[in-house]
Write a new protein. Sequence first.
Length: 272
Amino acid sequence: MEGASLGLHHYQSNTQDNLQPSKVLVTTFKDKTEVAKNIFHVNSAKDLIDQSLAQQTGCVLDRLLKYNTDFMEYIDVDMNEEELKDLDRYHIFLSTQGTQVECVEANQNQAQPHTEGAGGQWETEPSASEACQSGPLEKCQGENDGVHRFDAANLVVLINNKAPSVLAEYEKSGTLSLASRKLLVRTGVSDLVERRGFYPSNADKLMLAKSITTIFPSLKIKIQEANEGFEHFYDPVSHCGFIELKLRNCGETFMKIRDAIANAESPVRLLE
């Protein structure tokens, strides 16, 4: 009995420890304007949202983003699966006249449907708000400096061949996990390097970034009015973003391999 009591006490102690709230840093935006910075003690993403809404009356949730150390950027989080840790950083976007984030994503998906055609290939239709509203994506007149177009239609085919799980996940959930976002960027950049080398033109990188957010509209992050929502993938002004970062990593890896081969005295040296 004593052992059982000790076991129960240990279980209760662990349960209490697990219920300890996490201290998170939250920046709140109302109608895209920053209005507050707070430190919240919360047990879940729902608690975080409830506390933010309590401070900003008359608002509804528009979007919840978390700072990701791998991407060095704020990205969307799954509010049902989010695990909070001390000093996590969040951006919460509220609207005084919008709808819940689920409704926003549903409208985006309706405006830009993704249907599976004959043979299992995805067919992507442009929304009226896109620059290519005069015809299908295959006919979009995007910036490019060569024969191959890095537009949405070609990117859908590439992803369907190289990373079909990305399309399947988006079709099911309306968004992408961190692992799928990394795979998406890696797939696009690998194709870009294969066709253009390690130093593709700004036009090619811009086309790839726009194509990603055309196919996956819920990945858009638009904080400033001047932004179009693709800049976190590639910003033609600052030359930053996930695409640029991956290109630099690929280039650095190639240089290390090339230098290792060049500095080797003989093929035997490489095998030692």
